[in-house]
Write a new protein. Sequence first.
Length: 371
Amino acid sequence: MNIIFGVGIGISLFATFQLLKGKNSKLISTKIAVLINIIWTLRLVFFLLKDSEIALKFPILLMLDQNLLLLDSVVLWLYSRSLLNTTKFKLQTYLNFLPFIVGLLLSITSYISVPDEIIVEHFLKIKDNISNNKSLFSIDVFVLFSVIITISVVYFGKSIREIKKFNIILYNHFSNLKNISANWILKFHGLWVFLFLIPIILYIVNYMYPIINIRLLLSFMIIIQVLFSFIFNLNVISQNYVSIPKKGMSKQDNKPIKQFIDELNELKRVLETNQYYQDEELSLVKLSSYLNIKSIELTEIIKYSEFDNFYDLINTYRVEAIKKELISSQEQIMIIAYSNGFNSKSAFNRIFKDKTGQTPSAFRNLNKNTS
């Protein structure tokens, strides 16, 4: 098991080094990701110390690690929130750390009020019960896990709201979302909540029907946490961060509807003629510069169109161009897709099917046979 601890600590330390030396090291998102790794490293170090003589000499080490569990969902939410270019925390943001602070103060108070030998004796008794697979039910532990799960669910919900706001901005400003979309954080956060649900459910079941090997369960949970650390850091290191344009003032709403329609028709004509959609890095700002208008003006024009947002507009033109090439040429499908601005096979297949109701190969075969 010490090897697993070592692997987990190594993953967090390596990821921290990569994040701090990377081009995004000064971003608040990177700093929060580093904080998450520090929390996970400390947790694994505390686990290691519990199996050593050091913890018996300094019993305070036996009482601190459980409080770190109150931080996970909070910092994952902060990471989600930081994607919206939040550069600093307000005072009310720090109030989200209140459960951790209260838990830490309770642990310190308990340590001060209880003699060291009693703390050590209680810890050794728990270890003995685990070795003998005896029931470990404790109302204190049950309350702690209930609080952890409640906090996890609440902050998972807050993360969902932040990522939804972030996605709306992405769809309004970018034509490709590869490595800038952060939907992975929602999947990860959801799994993290589920990870905490497992022990409390098994804990209650094992109290009534002591058939689960507690040592194996703890080992399994530690392995899963190490695996989660690997998944999180793999995504964080590959995450691309974009500068989100600030909202500006616009007098577009004062224009007559006919003018919007004329501008929309001109936009469509320019896209068809100049094929700007073939640029895989095309953004709202870049297209606005091509058209010699402000990005806020282009946003208003798109609002009066049949397209949901900038992302939908550009990818609609990409799909239409690809449909023509699928019928008229024998070129490989992905070569056609990449030449028309897509930079991800999975995104291309998903968008093409959304727009046509068919896969690219099925569309080509069907239309080749009917032509």
